[in-house]
Design a protein around this ligand. Structure first.
Ligand SMILES: [Zn+2]
Length: 257
């Protein structure tokens, strides 16, 4: 492997948990998947995806055999995870994962990964106990309540923190009138910018509505479509593009998050 390895963004986590967002930098994939593509099924080679997944886990201090991911279907299921459902975990198993746009675990050292290329990866943790959740959310999951369900699965919104990762920004995300109407009905006018939708603002509203204190929510201010040096973007590059990830895990020991 060449170069210094995957470039990660580490949100501030005020609890017994760890969290990272990957970028597209520092991997081994080529062409439209350059370079740190973690997604499978868009056309990259299995060798490259596996190498990137191994490298990301190493950089985050995780055992890839203990990292789970779900098949993302824009749903609202939040699936409890004790260990990865597929033998070998994140780096070995590219498919065969059960559906799950939301994953939750209280098993220290078990990582939960969600993939994105415009949709938001959202990472959640309890600030008092080692318990975490990961959510993949585009407009549909947001409108249907996947964030609220993940917060509820963690049990105590007032002791929950959240990091909202890279997604398509309001600068680039024009949506149809029906989608705008659904968001206005659910969240009021705050996530709407004319014909454009601000997914991160909607995520903030969903988290606040679920009882998470606004001061416990961190948002990575970026736009996947605008910043092609850091992010993959379906709207910019079409179907043949990669996926970056958010990964969250309960700390193995409360004293060493
Ligand atoms: Zn943009």
């Amino acid at each position: 492997m060449s170069g210094p390895g995957p470039v990660l963004v580490r949100p501030p986590v005020d609890g017994p948990a760890g969290a990272v967002f990957t970028t597209r930098a520092g991997g081994v994939s080529e062409g439209p998947f350059a370079s740190c593509n973690l997604g499978w099924g868009q056309g990259d080679t299995p060798e490259a995806v596996r190498a990137n997944r191994v490298a990301v886990c190493a950089a985050a201090g995780l055992d890839p055999a203990r990292v789970a991911v779900g098949r993302q279907v824009h749903g609202t299921e939040v699936v409890p995870v004790e260990r990865p459902a597929v033998e070998g975990g994140f780096a070995a198993a590219l498919d065969g994962w059960p559906d799950g746009d939301g994953l939750v675990t209280a098993t220290p050292g078990t990582g939960l990964a969600v993939l994105g290329a415009d949709c938001l990866p959202i990472l959640l943790w309890r600030r008092d106990v080692p318990q975490v959740a990961a959510v993949h959310s585009g407009w549909r999951g947001l409108a249907d309540g996947v964030i609220e369900r993940a917060v509820a699965a963690l049990g105590d919104p007032t002791r929950t923190g959240a990091a909202v990762g890279p997604g398509i920004g309001p600068c680039c995300y024009e949506v149809g009138e029906e989608v705008r109407a659904r968001f206005a009905a659910r969240f009021g006018p705050s996530p709407l910018r004319g014909r454009h939708l601000d997914l991160a603002a909607a995520a903030r509203a969903a988290l606040a509505g679920a009882g998470v204190p606004p001061t416990a929510v961190w948002v990575l201010e970026t736009c996947t479509r605008c910043d092609d040096g850091r992010w993959f973007s379906y709207r910019r590059d079409g179907a043949a593009t990669g996926r970056h990830a958010g990964i969250v895990w309960p700390a193995v020991s409360a004293s060493t998050p």
